[in-house]
Design a protein around this ligand. Structure first.
Ligand SMILES: *[C@@H]1O[C@H](CO)[C@@H](O)[C@H](O)[C@H]1NC(C)=O
Length: 197
């Protein structure tokens, strides 16, 4: 009887230990990473978008401001790439007015610059360590700002009432989404740079 009591007790204790360990692993660790993402996003202009676009990368970013900035650039780059592909299809679609098609083709051009600039920034982010830190960081800040300017140039092409319609609304929506992601990436890069300096 005493034996059975002891083993029963032992079983409960180890069950409790297992449950505690499990909940620690399952909840506490991801919460720390997730909380890091949430608090880092507070330096951006669009913190909610920042959080929703980066929280799925939480286990990869952990609590690194550098990985956070890098992941934000990645997200912005892949959004620019997919929008560029979508705009290319749009410019060739039936029923699009010649004036709209021309403005969309200009946008594809701007987006291709954006993609190049963001891709270069991502590349420099990989090399960002040690002695050339300042030079690389300044390149990255310049490129990401240029990407933001190119995105704005795209929407400028749709000014004027002749452009009013579905195409303009669609283009503005997609470009705004990239511009917000890019703006957030730039804020996170500047934040990371301020921690380093
Ligand atoms: C960024 O994207 C590259 C290429 O897809 C990938 O190798 C890298 O792990 C990503 N970095 C972050 C921080 O998400």
């Amino acid at each position: 009887m005493a034996h059975s009591y002891v083993s029963h007790h032992h079983f409960l204790a180890s069950l409790l230990l297992t449950l505690t360990t499990l909940s620690f692993v399952r909840t506490t660790y991801p919460q720390t990473n997730t909380e890091f993402i949430r608090s880092s996003c507070s330096v951006t202009t669009y913190p909610r978008l920042c959080f929703t676009s980066l929280s799925s990368h939480a286990t990869f970013i952990q609590t690194s401001p550098k990985l956070m900035a890098h992941a934000a650039l990645n997200v912005s780059l892949s959004s620019a790439k997919s929008t560029s592909a979508m705009m290319t299809r749009l410019s060739r679609s039936h029923g699009i007015k010649p004036l709209e098609a021309s403005a969309v083709r200009d946008c594809v051009e701007e987006l291709s610059n954006t993609v190049d600039e963001l891709r270069s920034s991502v590349g420099e982010m990989d090399r960002l360590r040690g002695s050339n830190y300042e030079v690389y960081m300044s390149d990255i800040e310049t490129w990401v700002s240029a990407a933001l300017t190119d995105e704005n140039t795209c929407t400028d092409g749709f000014e004027g009432s002749a452009m009013d319609g579905k195409v303009k609304v669609l283009v503005r929506e997609r470009i705004l989404a990239i511009a917000r992601l890019t703006s957030n990436a730039l804020a996170l890069i500047n934040h990371f740079a301020s921690l380093h300096g």
